[in-house]
Write a protein that binds this ligand. Structure first.
Ligand SMILES: O=C(O)CCC(=O)C(=O)O
Ligand SMILES: [Fe+2]
Length: 222
């Protein structure tokens, strides 16, 4: 078996990784987390307070118990509530475009923005955002835009206690702060899914946590 069949979309992951890296490195507002294990960037004040508020209200409308390919709500793996936004909504389209612009990626690569809400005790245990090509779901996702490259996540509010995004192997905790965009490359520079991007939405202890996420594929999504 060749490397490219063992690692689907390897060349595309390397190419997309490189172009986003170049874009973020040139952005004076983007802060690069100092680690060699993964490419993780943060941009502060990406959204205004009123945009965050509007998105939180929209999450309350679409939120249902979160689903997963592996593990279920019942297993306690991902106990948040989440839902996809209406991709035809003009406000959602504007936010999506700004995320695409920050990363320099064409919007067609991005999945519909997903909103997520965690109440006290709720969490998303350590996981990778990339797909495991050995799993049954892969055949569908392969045709659906292929492997996930970058993740862009926006924190919408301050959480009284808990709820940090923890990059388990890197050993960093990112505390929720309203309007902060967090973006990371799920692959290595070579285009191989990066195991060190393992991350968790740690349990909320007090308050509520709201985030939105947009995952980018290597090819046109959908
Ligand atoms: O809520 C978080 O901090 C992490 C969310 C996450 O990992 C995801 O939605 O893929
Ligand atoms: Fe994730």
């Amino acid at each position: 078996m060749t490397t490219s069949t063992m690692t689907p979309d390897k060349d595309a992951l390397a190419r997309v990784g490189k172009s986003v890296r170049k874009r973020l490195d040139a952005d004076p507002k983007a802060y690069k987390v100092p680690t060699d294990k993964a490419e993780i960037y943060a941009i502060g004040e990406f959204l205004s307070a009123s945009e965050c508020k509007k998105l939180m209200m929209m999450i309350d409308v679409v939120a249902q118990p979160s689903t997963l390919y592996e593990g279920t709500y019942k297993d306690g793996f991902r106990t948040s509530y989440s839902g996809n936004f209406d991709s035809h909504d003009q406000f959602v389209q504007g936010i999506s475009r700004r995320m695409d612009d920050a990363l320099g990626l064409p919007g067609k690569l991005g999945e519909t923005i997903q909103g997520q809400r965690y109440l006290p005790g709720q969490q998303f245990k350590p996981h990778h955002d990339y797909f495991y090509p050995t799993e049954e779901y892969w055949e569908r996702e392969r045709k659906n835009g292929g492997q996930r490259s970058w993740t862009a996540m926006l924190f919408l509010n301050h959480v009284e206690a808990g709820g940090a995004t923890n990059f388990t192997n890197v050993g960093i905790n990112i505390e929720p702060k309203p309007g902060v965009l967090l973006a990371w490359n799920n692959a290595t520079v070579e285009g191989i899914p990066n195991e060190d991007t393992l991350h968790a939405g740690t349990p909320v202890d007090q308050g509520v946590k709201y985030v939105i996420t947009r995952w980018y594929r290597t090819r046109k999504w959908g």
